[in-house]
Design a protein around this ligand. Structure first.
Ligand SMILES: *Cc1c(COP(=O)(O)O)cnc(C)c1O
Length: 235
């Protein structure tokens, strides 16, 4: 068994356990493997172990990997999520190569993605990134501005609004971790009550996925616990 395969098993066990504690069905939580900074061979090892859903932060690096995996695993139906901060000059590559974008926090970016999504592909699946704890250096729409942004994005023809993504400040211990996750859950429930019918609440990473699942996460984004520690991010 490869290390990546063993790590995936361990993460699935954590997800199972967290779902049991929360009285949730394990099929309600998707595991997104965050492969940023790791090469195509690492992604391929995860694919061989059954993983199909991947997250990437750096668009150029991701596109190379997406194309490489199409060669390495042509029959695997992989799903690629863009989870990194988005600049206007990168939206076309994202619209052309990804299945999902979780980091939309401005209408202008959403409009460009919709305009640039090729007709030959289905709608781009979108989560809005929300800044749940007001972290200073953080991307994400402010909670007060979320309803208006969500309503506008839901109107764009080539996008499908699926839900919310958040990256709270790290906190120690499950109760402290749950504070921000519960806030995201409230915002998500409010979107559903407003009639937008969203189904994806993307929260939880290697260090806090258990708390996120307790708070209702439907998608956890896990990097280090699957692929090991990363080199520092490119600047
Ligand atoms: C890197 C990253 C992750 C994965 O974090 P780990 O701590 O490695 O699990 C999840 N979400 C986002 C947005 C990231 O940038």
């Amino acid at each position: 068994m490869t290390t990546i395969e063993a790590n995936l098993q361990t993460v699935h066990q954590r997800i199972d356990h967290a779902c049991k504690l929360a009285g949730r069905d394990v099929t309600q939580v998707t595991l997104l493997a965050v492969s940023k900074t790791f090469g195509p061979e690492s992604v391929w090892a995860a694919v061989s172990a059954g993983q199909r859903v991947f997250g990437e932060n750096y668009v150029q690096e991701a596109v190379e990997k997406i194309l490489a995996l199409r060669e390495l695993a042509p029959d695997a139906a992989l799903s690629w999520h863009c989870i990194g901060p988005l600049q206007s000059n990168k939206t076309r590559l994202v619209a052309e190569h990804f299945d999902w974008v979780q980091s939309v926090d401005r209408l202008k970016i959403a409009q460009r993605l919709s305009e640039q999504r090729p007709e030959s592909l289905g709608p781009l699946q979108v989560c809005l990134q929300v800044n749940v704890d007001g972290g200073a250096n953080k991307s994400g729409v402010a909670p007060a501005e979320l309803p208006a942004l969500a309503a506008a994005v839901a109107q764009l023809p080539r996008l499908r609004l699926r839900g919310l993504m958040c990256i709270p400040e790290p906190a120690e211990g499950l109760p402290a971790q749950r504070v921000a996750f519960d806030r995201a859950r409230d915002l998500y429930d409010a979107l559903n009550r407003s009639g937008l019918a969203v189904d994806t609440l993307s929260m939880g990473m290697s260090d806090d996925l258990d708390a996120a699942i307790a708070s209702g996460s439907t998608l956890v984004r896990v990097g280090r616990a699957i692929f090991g520690s990363r080199p520092p991010a490119p600047s």
